[in-house]
Design a binder for this molecule. Structure first.
Ligand code: FAD
Length: 286
């Protein structure tokens, strides 16, 4: 096993204040030398060029950190994807997280891309110099009827040319290990990066649990209940919980840790500083 990767996810801001905060955050993340920074893209509007591309360009070409641009394709045409690929190419951004994206009520679909695997096929057919990653779900994608169907569809995604998988956030490492095992058994052999989100406030936790439909272990629930009215203590305990997850994952040879930073440099720095020697010494042991 090589050294596990450490990467961060950020989202493009939607206000001037958010923009200033993101620039400060990025300057701090730069000092942590992540393997890559991925930039999300909302599929609410067709806004890739104005938002995700701008931020990814800054990461790649100003900060000199490899950027991964998220690209949800459900509401894109092949012509729009062509334009985006060209724009990425011009900015020397060679990594894409190819996604289907979520359905939006009453929004008309062009019907060019129905699944992430179709987008991956399309990108690889156009320009195979892109390194394409895909999303995966240790607790199964909510649209899937069962785990077998979900894993078989994931395998299809890898066969389309997906070279790396990044998981949905999870709070129970055993779910991740069982998912890793299912992937290995079905012949999915690309790196699987574990998505970890340090929980630093109760509102964020409740929203995530509802939207991601993720399993909440008793130990984690106890933190939310115990510190319901003590935000500082909840933050400290949430960070400790994330650290505990990361130490376990890294020592069990996970391929990488992908931190959902929520644009909070402080959180990323805390996790980075607390785990630096854990990451470094693993590379010597391997
Ligand atoms: P797919 O891989 O297409 O899978 C969706 C569902 O379809 C699954 O149930 C799958 O089993 C099934 N399926 C797949 N292929 C087939 C097939 N050929 N036939 C039948 N069924 C099939 N969303 C955003 O809008 N913007 C982002 O920036 C973003 N970033 C993300 C980052 C990560 C790491 C993750 C885990 C998710 C992210 N999402 C993002 C959310 C994602 O777009 C949603 O979860 C979406 O519902 C599914 O996208 P997908 O690419 O995983 O879809």
């Amino acid at each position: 096993m090589g050294k596990p990767s450490l990467s961060f996810e950020i989202f493009p801001p939607n206000s001037m204040v958010g923009e200033e905060r993101l620039i400060q955050t990025l300057s701090q993340l730069k000092g942590l030398s992540p393997d890559f920074i991925s930039v999300t893209c909302s599929n609410q509007q067709a806004n890739f060029i104005d938002t995700t591309l701008n931020v990814a360009d800054y990461v790649q070409n100003q900060l000199k950190i490899p950027a991964i641009a998220h690209l949800p394709a459900l509401y894109l045409t092949t012509a729009e994807v062509d334009y985006i690929l060209q724009a990425l190419h011009q900015r020397a951004i060679s990594q894409i997280l190819a996604l289907r994206g979520d359905y939006i009520e009453n929004k008309v679909q062009p019907n060019d891309f129905h699944y992430a695997s179709e987008l991956i096929d399309y990108i690889q057919g156009k320009d195979n110099s892109f390194k394409v990653s895909g999303a995966c779900y240790p607790e199964m994608h909510p649209d899937s009827n069962n785990r077998v169907e979900d894993i078989l569809n994931l395998k299809r995604k890898v066969e389309s040319g997906c070279q790396q998988l990044i998981t949905q956030l999870f709070f129970d490492n055993d779910t991740f290990y069982s998912f890793q095992e299912s992937c290995a058994l079905s012949g999915i052999n690309v790196p699987i990066l574990a998505g970890i989100m340090p929980i630093i406030n109760r509102k964020q936790a409740i929203r995530l649990i509802q939207t991601c439909q993720t399993k909440v272990p008793r130990k984690f629930m106890a933190i939310l209940e115990k510190y319901e009215y003590q935000p500082e203590s909840l933050k400290e305990a949430g960070l400790a919980y994330a650290l505990d997850q990361i130490v376990d994952l890294v020592t069990q040879d996970a391929d990488g840790i992908h931190l959902y930073t929520m644009n909070q440099a402080q959180t990323a720095r805390y996790i980075y500083q607390a785990t630096t020697s854990i990451f470094q010494n693993l590379s010597h042991a391997s």
